[in-house]
Ligand binder design. Structure first.
Ligand SMILES: [Zn+2]
Length: 168
């Protein structure tokens, strides 16, 4: 990303007319990245879709989200990250090999507000934190809940100004 920015700035300085004529592609801002084919939404969740997209954009705009994006763009999952929307309160990443190998599909209900233990007591989890948690499983392939919370969910909670989760 940084290299692209430097390159495009350099091209803009050296060939301003060329840039104007051909409209060089600009690096996508984090807010537009969720449209990338690296992430696919499935499931007919109606109004839940824009809510899910907005939550994903906020997560991917954090430093850990940028790392997740890089892994996805590098194709480490062997395909897109699939976010299967539902309105049944289901939020989890299924295993491909039970207990051992995590799959690439996140079940996500952006309207659910599961109660979790935080440093400020029990609190409803925002969709961003639910998604951050599942990305810890599905993209970073962490199987331990503790690892997901400490390495992925809490740093993203910090970035979004939400209380840290204290335990699973
Ligand atoms: Zn988990």
């Amino acid at each position: 990303m940084l290299r692209w920015t430097v390159f495009l700035v350099a091209v803009g300085i050296l060939f301003p007319a060329w840039e104007a004529e051909f409209e060089l592609p600009r690096p996508a801002r984090p807010a537009t990245r969720a449209a990338s084919p690296a992430v696919v939404f499935v499931g007919d969740a109606g109004p839940a879709l824009p809510r899910a997209r907005a939550a994903l954009e906020r997560v991917l705009a954090t430093p850990i989200g940028v790392k997740a994006r890089e892994l996805l763009d590098a194709g480490v999952l062997g395909g897109p990250l699939v976010i299967e929307l539902n309105d049944r309160g289901e939020n989890f990443t299924a295993y491909r090999v039970p207990g051992r190998e995590l799959g690439e599909t996140i079940l996500f209900d952006p309207g659910s507000r599961p109660l979790v233990h935080t440093e400020r007591g029990r609190a409803e989890a925002a969709p961003e934190t639910v998604l951050a948690h599942e990305i810890g499983h599905a993209v970073f392939k962490l199987t331990s809940e503790e690892a997901v919370i400490q390495a992925i969910e809490n740093p993203i909670r910090d970035e979004l100004g939400m209380p840290r989760r204290s335990r699973f």
